[in-house]
Design a binder for this molecule. Structure first.
Ligand code: MIG
Length: 817
């Protein structure tokens, strides 16, 4: 018999092994050598459709052409793949038609699509990817490898890519550190991280997806593995980027660029986008742990109306429940919740309630009894129930990876929905357990029929909880869009929920951390995100709170929240001048609603992130890879928060092109840093020349007023520029049946005129017909204005700002010298 030399054990003393990652994470492993096995050279390939199987005799590698720009790689150390299943990838993702060929040469196998090549080296099984110009974007620095796990079975799995001297990295979700991840190492294991600090790892979410940029060319790697996973971006070895996991399969998607935007959009092609939120969810939200009893809650909502500060979302934290039992009410604090919610709704407030996964062990509690009878709670390996202490006391926990449990859980919201609850906030779903931190590894999960231990299910538990919530609400609320928010999650969570960044701190440092986290989440496929404005724990002063409100105005999700042991914290709590400034910014949020809503549509429909760090505008400029304060919201507004107390001015980098300072309409040439004054009542905010920014009148809540006129804020440019506005019913799923309206605006200025053109696409008809035009930066005094061949006689022109109104749909506006 032939001696089996394949997968020969390679034993390396731990300290010399460049890949001895486990040693670093667990020093106790240091005593025994780690035995890693590497792929031997590939011997053969087989093809079935878009799937290619390479083998070295024993191990198998699968390469799947997902689209022309996405290739998925999978490793089976002993030739047998696990059943193909992923929570990140929705089942109904249809393969996009792609064309590909397989070529074998003396040195390699090569799969080519119309956009990229995947090279499998015959020498060492290294895998590389290149573009149509044969430019190699990604290549293994060692072959995929693994290590047997004696305790649980399966393998620790490893992949390593060459890391170039100037290569930079972005992504991975909510890591509270520099935006650029180069030179750092991370772990993904969803963790309740109360008052986390700069650099703390891991936090609440697992998004094992990164974007690399080298020599101005971007690609992405999505390591779809739910076990505890790790990434090293050139820390251990400056010339190697590695990712590995404590179980599961080495399985990743190579996602081609060349632009960062292409990579992010393509990541959304496979993991899905966020559904359109109800428009009110883009308004301001007020939260606290907790507003109770009812009189207190009503006083707060009245405070908003009395102070004329707009607000849509009002939150009930855990104290609304009876002894923290989910789906119950504390009737002492809230004697008639239905009436209360109805009264709040009549005043424009949408009530959002918190729900935790822990169910109190209590036979007099119906939810517990039912879950127990139906065997819906998680159990340990030897069949004992998984028990742990959380807010309600001793608890058991539904197994949200069981579809039947999800359906049950989703249905439990019926009473809350019937009472008028508009949104659900999912907390503690890492899952968090007092003392122990989380579940022990041996807890079993149904995992949609692909059973596994908690090692495999931990990082998806929270996502499946909020999925159950979202899907349940969607059924119960009929055709209305539910609003959900989650703390924990895994890639793909954006199909079900928004997120907040967890228990931050009322400090200037945390204002900076939150700014980075939101940008990072955006680039990592989690578009609808925000921080606890003001900081969850600790006390902000008026200045910090106001600066946070200013940044929050440009967070996709805008909510103030604070811990129970802090002072009252509403936007008027700090007195003047803070109250007025906070009002001014929250009003700005409402004025910009149609812009935010349109930007959200761009995300939903096309996979654009909402927040875009400046590196996304100019990835060929290496310096931009290290900028992390300024970002754009959509592609028209650039924001740079003020991150220090007493700051009267700050430097802001503006990408190339012409920008208008939002506050005084002065024009600034981009391509460099500019010093911007930062009086307390402004945030550096710039508008790209050529933009058309739609504006609604200020409302105290979404739907307060029938919109009768939309203002178009137009920023003159002497080149052609495009903008668009999205409108629909704002709260139904009619958009899925294409009932919406996309208004496209093109502007172009010459020496003699400035032309604005609008084209309409879609089946929705807004009720208003009136437009107020405001055109800034016009370089000439207008003599004639024509709208669709009719003269406009009534206009004003002061300080280069031209204003006039029009009471009909329009196609072409021509402003002539
Ligand atoms: O153990 O529900 O992050 O937002 O106010 C704390 C009480 C539980 C943690 C959440 C926070 C919430 C708090 N919760």
């Amino acid at each position: 018999m032939e001696e089996n030399v394949l997968n020969e054990a390679i034993e390396i003393p731990i300290d010399d092994d460049p890949n001895s990652f486990r040693h670093l994470n667990n020093p106790a492993d240091g005593i025994k050598p780690i035995v890693k096995k590497y792929l031997n050279p590939p011997k053969a390939v087989e093809q079935t459709g878009n799937k290619f199987y390479f083998t070295d005799g024993e191990a198998k590698v699968e390469a799947i052409v997902v689209t022309n720009e996405i290739i998925r790689i999978r490793l089976a150390p002993h030739g047998v793949f696990l059943e193909d299943f992923s929570y990140a990838i929705p089942k109904d993702v249809k393969p996009i038609k792609s064309e590909f060929t397989l070529i074998e040469t003396a040195d390699e196998y090569r799969i080519s699509t119309t956009s990229i090549n995947c090279h499998i080296s015959k020498k060492n099984f290294y895998i590389a990817f290149s573009d149509k110009n044969e430019y190699v974007t990604s290549v293994d620095s060692t072959s995929m490898h693994w290590e047997e796990n004696a305790q649980f079975g399966g393998y620790y799995v490893y992949g390593s890519k060459v890391c170039h001297p100037d290569e930079t990295f972005f992504g991975l979700g909510d890591k509270p550190t520099e935006l650029n991840l180069r030179g750092k190492r991370f772990t993904n294991w969803n963790t309740d991280a109360y008052s986390y600090s700069w650099g703390q790892d891991p936090l609440y979410r697992t998004i094992p997806f990164y974007v690399s940029v080298n020599e101005g060319i971007a690609h992405g790697i999505f390591f779809d593995n739910t076990f505890k996973s790790h990434f090293d971006f050139g820390l251990q070895q400056s010339d190697s980027t590695s990712f590995w996991a404590d179980g599961g399969e080495m399985q990743y998607y190579y996602i081609h660029g060349p632009h960062i935007m292409d990579v992010v959009k393509r990541y959304h092609v496979i993991t899905g986008t966020h559904p359109m939120p109800p428009m009110w969810a883009l308004g301001y939200h007020q939260c606290r742990w907790s507003y109770y009893p009812e009189t207190k809650l009503r006083a707060v909502t009245k405070g908003f109306r009395a102070n004329k500060i707009p607000c849509d979302g009002i939150y009930l934290d855990i104290d609304y429940m009876d002894g923290y039992r989910c789906f119950t009410w504390n009737r002492k604090y809230f004697p008639d919740p239905k009436k209360m919610i109805a009264d709040l709704a009549a005043d424009g407030f949408k009530t959002v309630v918190i729900i935790d996964p822990g169910i109190r062990v209590d036979d007099s509690y119906e939810i517990f009894r039912e879950g127990k009878e139906k065997k819906y709670f998680c159990r340990r390996c030897d069949d004992y129930f998984m028990e742990g202490h959380v807010w309600p006391g001793r608890c058991q926990f539904p197994d949200f990876t069981n579809p039947e449990v999800r359906t049950w859980w989703g249905g439990l919201f019926d009473e809350l929905v019937e009472m008028g609850v508009a949104g659900v906030w999912n907390d503690m779903n890492e899952p968090a357990v007092f003392g122990a931190g989380t579940f022990p590894d041996d807890v079993r999960h149904q995992y949609d029929g692909h059973r596994g231990s908690h090692r495999k299910a931990h990082n998806v538990y929270g996502m499946q909880m909020v999925r159950a919530t979202y899907e349940g609400l969607r059924k119960l609320m009929k055709n209305k869009r539910p609003f959900t928010i989650t703390r924990a999650g895994y890639s793909g969570l954006q199909r079900y929920a928004s997120v907040w960044t967890g228990d931050n701190v009322a400090s200037w440092e945390h204002l900076a951390i939150g700014n980075i986290q939101c940008q990072r989440l955006s680039m990592s496929g989690v578009p609808f995100c925000g921080t606890d404005i003001g900081g969850f724990s600790g006390e902000p002063d008026g200045e910090l709170f106001t600066r946070w409100i200013q940044l929050g105005t440009f967070s996709p999700f805008m909510r103030a929240h604070s811990a129970g042991d802090t002072k009252e914290r509403e936007p008027w709590s700090f007195g003047e001048p803070f109250t007025s400034i906070n009002r001014k910014f929250i009003e700005l949020r409402y004025r910009l609603l149609p812009y935010l809503y349109s930007t959200f549509w761009e995300h939903h429909r096309y996979g654009f992130p909402i927040l875009r760090p400046v590196v996304m505008q100019e990835q060929h400029v290496l310096k931009n890879h290290y900028r992390q304060d300024e970002f754009t919201y959509g592609d028209k507004l650039l924001i740079c928060p003020v991150l220090h107390p007493g700051q009267t001015s700050r430097k802001v980098y503006l990408p190339k092109g012409k920008w208008y300072n939002f506050w005084d309409n002065t024009v600034v040439e981009g391509g460099d840093e500019v010093e911007v004054a930062t009086p307390l009542d402004t945030i550096p905010l710039f508008v790209k020349a050529g933009s058309v920014i739609p504006e609604y009148p200020v409302q105290q809540y979404v739907g307060e007023k029938e919109i009768e006129e939309v203002k178009l804020n137009i920023y003159y440019s002497d080149y052609e520029a495009n903008s668009f506005m999205f409108e629909d019913y704002g709260e139904t799923f009619a958009y899925e049946q294409d009932i919406y309206l996309e208004k496209k605006f093109a502007v172009n200025g010459t020496e003699a005129d400035f032309v604005i053109q609008q084209s309409l696409e879609g089946l929705y008809n807004p009720r208003y017909e009136n437009y107020a035009f405001s055109i800034v930066g016009l370089p000439f005094r207008p003599l004639n204005i024509m709208i669709d061949n009719k003269w406009v006689t009534n206009f004003t022109f002061i300080n280069n700002k031209l204003e006039f109104r029009h009471n009909k749909k329009f196609h072409t506006v021509k402003i002539m010298k």
